[in-house]
Design a protein around this ligand. Structure first.
Ligand code: F6R
Ligand code: MG
Ligand code: MG
Length: 373
């Protein structure tokens, strides 16, 4: 009888919630203050002792505070979202006291209303029954927009030049399904690869408009989940950067950890550098190097690897802390330098409609006057 009960407990689906917010920068928008990280850890230690979360890890990528939590309450849990909101609220209070830069920047609502989505923080969540062994990688970006994961997720799950498993592993040969979010129309579309690869690319090749939200196996098992929140669309004006997060499961019928990391060996160009208004290369870095400095950048990505063991987060391993990513970092610096020489010219600067900051209306008013009614 007892044996049966423990088998049932092991089958209970675990949820991984990665909830992040920029609640204050140190110095400027370049990093998070250690006292804020300590406070977040203390609050989550209490939540773990109370049994609200099974386990957690607190990190930061630049000025973004990242709460990685495991629990048994499923996606969109009011309890877990409320916990994250409370941690960010306490962190904001401390950030204000310390006069950290942009304290409470991503806290767009005055009080919690059940789910942090739409309130400022970014969320990526997935729920699954743990396999015999459950390796995952959590990616966190800074100075980049949510569409930053389109290119790497496509490479991991649809490109055989990146993921040889699609060609030679019978358990991956059928391909994967992509859920794409149309951020302006607010609707989701499902595309199956390799069959609909060209349809997929016409959408996700425009990461300012279409964002890969989830990836599933053909059997419907969750394989990857990303945050798709756009703060500017929530607030109706520029209020800060979105700086997305993403969770990817690996191995045994899913891309190998090396296939999951491989897309980042190419520092592809993303939007979000300086004032959210410039394109720059996404540089893969170790956690201590996730401190955007030159021209508030270039954009950064960290990769935290964990083995999930009955809800426990064993890790993290700092996956980009490896010399095999030195060349990508070098190339990112070279591409960054090349783009920087364009100064205020496109295509370093974003096109007019995508820029987060602009003086264009005032300049036009001054030059040609306000349009007559
Ligand atoms: C913030 C970011 C930064 C800021 C810039 C100006 O994530 O991307 O580049 O946009 O430092 O910041 P403010 O307007 O706060 O002076
Ligand atoms: Mg900031
Ligand atoms: Mg940030």
């Amino acid at each position: 009888m007892a044996k049966k009960a423990s088998a049932v407990i092991k089958q209970k689906p675990v949820t991984i919630s990665v909830i992040k917010a920029d609640i204050g920068g140190y110095v400027g928008h370049s990093a998070s203050h250690p006292d804020i990280l300590t406070l977040a850890r203390e609050l989550l230690v209490k939540a773990k002792a109370a049994g609200t979360v099974a386990d957690f890890h607190v990190s930061n990528c630049g000025d973004d505070l990242e709460l990685i939590m495991t629990h048994w309450l499923g996606n969109d849990s009011k309890v877990i979202h409320g916990l994250a909101w409370d941690v960010f609220t306490a962190g904001t209070e401390l950030a204000k006291k310390m006069k950290l830069y942009g304290a409470g920047q991503d806290m767009l609502a005055d009080s919690f209303c059940g789910n942090v989505k739409g309130m400022g923080p970014g969320v990526a969540e997935m729920t699954f029954v743990e396999r015999k062994s459950e390796p995952i990688v959590v990616f966190c970006g800074d100075k980049c927009a949510p569409g930053a994961w389109n290119y790497p997720l496509y490479k991991m799950f649809a490109d055989p030049f990146n993921t040889i498993g699609l060609v030679i592993d019978p358990s991956m040969h059928d391909g994967f399904k992509f859920e794409v979010h149309d951020i302006h129309a607010g609707r989701d579309m499902f595309l199956s690869c390799p069959e609909q690869m060209y349809d997929l690319l016409v959408l996700i090749g425009s990461p300012e408009n279409y964002i890969i939200k989830n990836v599933y196996t053909k059997q419907g098992e969750i394989a990857a989940a990303s945050s798709t929140q756009k703060l500017a669309l929530i607030a109706g004006k520029y209020v800060g950067k979105d700086d997305p997060v993403c969770i990817v499961r690996g191995q045994s019928g899913l891309p190998a950890i090396g296939e999951i990391l491989e897309p980042f060996s190419f520092p592809h160009i993303v939007s979000g550098w300086m004032r959210g208004s410039h394109y720059g290369p996404l540089m893969p870095v170790s956690v201590p190097q996730a401190t955007p400095s030159r021209f508030d950048g270039p954009p950064r990505v960290i990769a935290l690897g964990f083995q999930v063991n009955e809800g426990a987060l064993v890790g993290p391993r700092d996956m980009f802390d490896d010399p095999s990513f030195d060349l990508a970092r070098q190339q990112a610096n070279e591409i960054g330098e090349m783009l920087r020489r364009h100064g205020p010219f496109e295509p370093h600067r974003l096109g007019l409609k995508d820029m987060e900051y602009t003086t264009l209306p005032q300049v036009l008013d001054k030059l040609v006057g306000k349009p007559k009614k």
